[in-house]
Ligand binder design. Structure first.
Ligand code: EZ4
Ligand code: CO
Length: 402
């Protein structure tokens, strides 16, 4: 069997998605997500101009060899554009292998290690009263874990708090919009939010919070310490993570578990964090971290060091990525949690899929392969619309880090 054709499909059913479809000479197809939020067309061009010509005629069964060929063969290793492109190819080839074998992909990864994939939802609102109502809504839907984000008194818009509640979407303008930030106001406010949430919901519900990379290590240490009474499942992205050793300082000061990795794209981004046991959850995901092949390598390293998985699953990760993530989540021994933000009905229609939510768990499709596809004619009805993630400034106008 040979790869006969491959094409990139860019579509915007409410938000932008980039999808690779690979077709074999036997007519078997596979899909892979290649969406890089706000930088979509860079990955589309990488695939179309540089990857697809090299795929035609290759044996689709050689997943590992193709991964190594694309990673090593480019000379320019790593980076989100490259690794998202490699991820798309890798994911599509696992889909094809599953279809050829007649098995869902999780069976090829060693089979089921659990009954379902525990997911967390994203409760967010400007005020504490409103966020309590949002959490209640998720609890009513059956969620066992909820990420809690609120506005900060004195600040205008806050990243992580969106207008549309169930369908959270931070990429809101073609040219990046601007949000404001005050670390002092934030650190004063957040512990009081979690005090009220725990008082209302008791100890049973898993609670998470995303800092969105907005603190320094010592500030993050203070936040973690002040949240200890509320027993969070994790504090996410406390600091920008280019400097992995920065986490040593946070770790020395707090028992609040730490999760990081949604912007990581290779095992090298978390090697120190994992080996020194500076984090508790690694949040890399299929589309941005080199596909199923490389993410499994990251998860296996993590498993040696008491680090569990907590893959990113916001709306910019398409149902193709979510399908792939669920097969891996079901199979790996050190699964922790999977983020799950619902897609709109338009997105779900463009990407017909067999995974389903029930009782706080997601269950991958039992169909051969990944159990997801793209409806290309429907996709064509939604042309690309540029949308960037916002930037953040301090109250005096200084550009701030995420
Ligand atoms: O900022 O998906 O955990 N999820 C998040 C998301 C990310 C966006 C970036 O594309 O932090 O809101
Ligand atoms: Co996050």
């Amino acid at each position: 069997m040979r790869i006969a054709d491959a094409r990139v499909i860019v579509t915007c059913p409410g938000r932008n998605f980039v999808t690779l479809k690979i077709v074999t000479d036997d007519g078997v197809t596979g899909v892979g997500d290649a969406t890089l939020n706000g930088r979509e067309l860079a990955v589309a061009a990488y695939l179309t101009e540089h990857v697809i010509p090299a795929l035609i005629g290759r044996d689709p069964a050689r997943i590992e060899d193709t991964w190594q060929y694309l990673y090593k063969g480019a000379y320019w290793r790593r980076g989100p554009v490259t690794m998202s492109a490699i991820a798309a190819v890798d994911t599509a080839l696992w889909d094809i292998k599953g279809k050829v074998a007649g098995l869902p992909v999780y069976q090829l990864l060693g089979g089921r290690s659990r009954e379902g994939v525990t997911v967390y939802g994203h409760a967010n609102a400007e005020t504490v009263d409103d966020v309590l109502a949002e959490i209640a809504r998720y609890a009513d839907l059956g969620y066992r874990a909820v990420r809690v984000q609120t506005g900060v008194p004195g600040l205008g818009t806050t990243y992580g708090v969106s207008k549309d509640k169930l369908f959270y979407e931070p990429a809101d303008a073609a040219i990046a919009s601007e949000a404001t930030w005050s670390t002092e106001a934030y650190l004063n406010h957040v512990p009081s939010v979690f005090a009220q949430v725990r008082a209302e919901f008791g100890p049973g519900l898993k609670l998470l919070h995303d800092v969105h990379h907005r603190l320094t290590p010592i500030e993050a240490a203070r936040l973690g310490k002040s949240l200890e009474p509320y027993a969070l499942t994790w504090m996410e992205d406390p600091v920008p993570a280019e400097l992995q050793e920065g986490f040593r300082l946070i770790r020395r000061h707090t028992t609040t578990p730490i999760a990081v990795g949604e912007v990581f794209n290779t095992v090298w981004d978390c090697e120190t964090l994992v080996r020194e046991q500076l984090i508790d959850y690694i949040r890399a995901t299929v589309v941005h971290a080199g596909g199923i092949t490389h993410l499994r390598r990251i998860f296996d390293l993590a498993g040696l060091y008491h680090v569990r998985t907590g893959s990113h699953g916001a709306t910019d990760l398409s149902p193709v990525c979510m399908s792939a993530a669920l097969h891996l989540d079901l199979a790996v021994p050190n699964f922790g949690l999977q983020e799950y933000m619902r897609h709109t009905a338009e997105t779900d229609a463009v990407f017909p899929h067999g995974y389903r939510f029930e009782g706080g768990y997601l269950h991958p499709s039992e169909e051969p392969g990944l159990g997801v596809d793209i409806d290309e004619s429907l996709a064509a009805e939604y042309p690309y619309r540029p949308a960037a993630l916002p930037v953040n400034r301090l109250l005096d106008g200084t550009m701030h880090s995420w």
